[in-house]
Design a protein around this ligand. Structure first.
Ligand code: ADP
Ligand code: MG
Length: 397
């Protein structure tokens, strides 16, 4: 789950990470009031959307205008906010359709001396939290990784010992920090690590991390993402979820406890278990088509969840056919079959439906489908199912 910059900064601040003062504003008037509370001589009005590249982004109704992050005099904050709130911002990360800005963050202006990069993430290769730092702040880290991999410094943290000060100092020296900045940076990284571990973050990216004219180290941007599987123990963080930022189908899935990811292909997949979902997507590709989604109804699939899953899949206009691939373990095939029949009736499916069932009570499940009178295409195994669903899409085209 992602949150907004202003929310991320608020959380990081609680752990001792240095951020500038700022206020979120949902109207131009609120932005004006916020700017008055800040020291000046300039303030920064920042569009709050779940995407980076805002500074270099452009608004759809003002393609040649200024970006989604503007440094202005306090008296111009209202106007800047009015140009952002309710308008659609397109950045490198939003896709061409952009995202509507519903709020801005009005932050104190910063006297930037150097822009650096810092992030913490879970590195799956080493199974450790890894701190990444670079002197190339403000640029996209993917670009730095591609063109100047030597400019990315990495430290993997042993979970038993936590982040050693010497490891943080090593990064500080690598970034060219000197004197008291080394200690300041070490404290900064250690506060970030505490926040990361305690709040079950998946990634936190500070780009840029700046060194100010006065020698302070400040998080000027904050992109924070949490491990969804740990949200149950952070109800306050779960409450920060901004529904308007999510794909409506993905939101629907979250609310129904389904694992759903929208993709750009044409075959809707309903599967139980993430491994089976991956295998199903692979074999669809192998047979020459591509999945429209990844939908895992989970091991405890029941009729309601199956119906909900169908509702989400069929609401996607790109879906040309549906493949249901269920391995009945705890979930029994007859129950799944009943769910499919009920859902197909309730939703009057307009696209071909291929079903492959295997496992507990499979014969009963197949019988229920066969006797339902619905135009369900049964399949005997994964390859057969993939072939049939791809054929069905081609026939429909
Ligand atoms: P994004 O990464 O989405 O473009 P940032 O928060 O990184 O947004 O802001 C873009 C740039 O704007 C920063 O690299 C920095 O140069 C400048 N900037 C952001 N916040 C401030 C601030 N409070 N004071 C001065 N400049 C800022
Ligand atoms: Mg940034």
């Amino acid at each position: 789950m992602n949150i907004h910059e202003y929310q991320g900064k608020e959380l990081l601040k609680r752990y001792g990470v240095t951020v500038l003062d700022g206020y979120v504003a949902r109207t131009p008037e609120e932005a004006e009031a916020a700017a008055k509370k800040l020291p000046g001589p300039v303030v920064v009005v920042k569009s709050q959307i779940h995407a980076g590249g805002r500074g270099a982004g452009r608004f759809t109704d003002d393609p040649n205008g200024k970006g989604g992050v503007r440094v202005v005099k306090p008296e111009a904050a209202k106007e800047a906010a009015a140009a952002m709130i309710g308008h659609t911002l397109v950045t490198k990360q939003t896709g061409p359709e952009g995202k509507v800005v519903n709020q801005v963050y009005v932050e104190a202006g910063c006297d930037i001396k150097r822009e650096l990069y810092l992030s913490l993430l879970v590195d799956r290769e080493t199974s450790r939290i890894t701190v990444m730092a670079s002197t190339e702040g403000g640029m996209e880290i993917e670009e730095v990784a591609e063109n100047h991999p030597e400019k990315i410094l990495k430290v993997a943290v042993d979970p038993a010992s936590g982040l050693y000060p010497w490891a943080a100092r090593k990064l500080a020296f690598g970034l060219g920090l000197e004197g008291k900045q080394v200690g300041v940076f070490t404290k900064f990284v250690s506060a970030m690590y505490d926040a990361f571990v305690n709040l079950d973050m998946a990634i936190v990216e500070i780009n840029p991390l700046v060194v100010t004219g006065a020698g302070d180290v400040v998080a000027l941007d904050a992109k924070v993402s949490f491990d969804d599987n740990a949200l149950f123990r952070h109800k306050d963080i779960e409450a920060l979820r901004d529904d308007s930022e999510m794909d409506p189908k993905e939101l629907d899935a979250v609310k129904n406890d389904l694992n759903y990811v929208a993709l750009d292909g044409e075959i809707g997949c309903m599967v139980n278990g993430a491994g089976l979902a991956m295998a199903t997507m692979d074999i669809i590709k192998l047979y020459g088509s591509s999945p429209a989604n990844f939908l895992d109804v989970g091991g405890t699939a029941n009729a309601e969840r199956v119906t909900e899953a169908f509702r989400i899949i069929t609401s996607d206009v790109n879906v040309k056919a549906i493949l249901v691939n269920i391995f009945g373990g705890i979930a029994k095939c007859d129950m799944i079959a009943n769910g499919i029949v009920e859902a197909s009736k309730a939703l009057t499916l307009k696209v071909p439906l291929v079903v492959r069932l295997e496992g507990t009570n499979v014969d009963l499940g197949k019988k229920i489908l066969a006797e339902s009178g619905l135009a369900i295409i049964p399949a005997d195994n994964l390859a057969d199912a993939a072939q049939k669903v791809v054929d069905a899409v081609k026939k429909a085209a």
